[in-house]
Design a protein around this ligand. Structure first.
Ligand code: NAD
Ligand code: UDP
Length: 335
């Protein structure tokens, strides 16, 4: 099987490429490196013992994408490419709508021209919006609270509309909860430029002394310790979910959504304490005000992924903390 992986140099894409290559797939990465490093494909190859093909392009560039499909038979596509910062999407919404929708539309049109009918799409738990009860189940109504979230809701709808009139097409919509952690080799991980927005990249930088302290956004939520609860899952477990989704696409058509989460909730302070205990390091923090748009608590009902994709998250919060720390230490020792 030859799999096109858009955004394959990014955080989740790179881990997925490793799993695909290790399973014997041919991998074609299409990435413009707007949020990833050009050395990631070599790192993927070091771990997997096999090179991915790399095409540097904007996935919204119809002619460039056409060349990939013209050069080889693509059996299926995993579509990670997109912008993903919730806060930034509120500041520059048009850029988010343009990038995330254009990449998807161009990809679908190109797939159609070449008879490629299997797509796995990176959706998000954010599509459950602010009003649903927890745990989230796939049949719930979708909505969003940010332009980023709306791009995911819209793309899911585009894929449902497309499948409705293309009965041979399979679109697997994977709704990720909170992926953290890194590859156990220390070669791949979440390495955002500048000051991180997300919790785990912030924790590792504080632990490494690169930032003075973590600000916990809100200590007065109606939760067991006053801080927000999330469903954190290891990025390697998440990557493996994409291989299960590809298997599913072999025998199913239509647009189908699946939660990829553990079904457990962990508070901000619980994650900080686990990180300190597992790694024997200190993460100084202060309790600050709430962050706009944060929900107190959400986590997955992962039953559908377990029963139909045959996927379950296996790694623990301790694994996530250990691997995230190992990654940043490897990064620092390389610098
Ligand atoms: P990432 O930013 O690390 O990876 C995205 C990759 O896509 C990057 O390598 C970037 O350079 C590339 N890219 C962006 N726009 C492109 C374009 N127009 N053409 C070509 N390449 C382009 O993000 P990630 O964390 O790996 O997330 C991957 C996908 O999963 C995204 O669609 C994101 O919205 C979704 N998602 C992520 C999370 C999370 O917590 N990380 C949660 C839910 C959903
Ligand atoms: N968070 C925090 N301090 C930070 C970054 C995040 O307290 O510097 C909290 C945030 O309020 C949320 C949780 O950590 O409750 C997870 O945030 P993240 O941005 O990683 O994921 P998301 O908001 O998408 O669930």
């Amino acid at each position: 099987m030859t799999i096109l992986v858009t955004g394959g140099a990014g955080y989740i894409g790179s881990h997925t490429c490793v799993e695909l290559l290790q399973k014997g797939c041919e991998v074609v990465i299409a990435d413009n490196f707007s949020n990833s490093s050009r050395d990631v494909p070599a790192r993927i190859a070091r771990i997997a013992g096999k090179q991915p093909q790399v095409c540097e392009l904007d996935v919204a560039d119809c002619q460039a994408l056409e060349q990939i499909f013209a050069a080889q038979h693509i059996d299926a596509v995993i579509h990670f490419a997109g912008l993903k910062a919730v806060g930034e999407s509120c500041q520059i919404p048009l850029r988010y709508y343009r990038n995330n929708l254009d990449t998807t539309l161009t990809l679908l049109e190109t797939m159609e021209r070449h008879g490629c009918a299997k797509l796995v799409f990176s959706s998000s738990a954010t599509v459950y919006g602010p009003k649903n009860e927890i745990p989230y189940v796939e049949g719930m109504d979708t909505s969003a609270t940010s332009p980023y979230g709306w791009t995911k809701v819209m793309i899911e709808q585009i894929l449902r509309d497309y499948c409705a009139v293309n009965p041979d097409f399979s679109a697997v919509l994977l709704r990720y909860f909170n992926p953290i952690g890194a590859h156990e080799s220390g070669l791949l991980g979440d390495d955002p430029n500048g000051i991180p927005n997300n919790l785990m990249p912030y924790i590792v930088r504080v632990a490494a002394g690169r930032l003075p302290n973590l600000t916990v956004f809100g200590g007065d939520y109606p939760t067991r310790d006053g801080t927000c609860l999330r469903d954190y899952l290891h990025v390697v477990d998440l990557a493996k979910g994409h291989l299960c989704a590809l298997d599913y696409a072999q025998t199913h058509t239509g647009a189908e959504a699946f939660n990829l989460g553990t079904g457990d909730s962990v508070s901000v302070l619980e994650l900080v304490r686990s990180f300190q205990r597992v790694n024997g390091v200190s993460v100084p923090y202060v309790i600050g005000g709430r962050r706009d748009g944060d929900l107190a608590e959400f986590y997955a009902n992962p039953a559908r992924a377990r029963d139909e994709l045959h996927w379950t998250a296996e790694k623990s919060v301790d694994d996530m903390c250990r691997d995230a720390w190992h990654f940043i230490q490897t990064r620092l020792s390389e610098a």
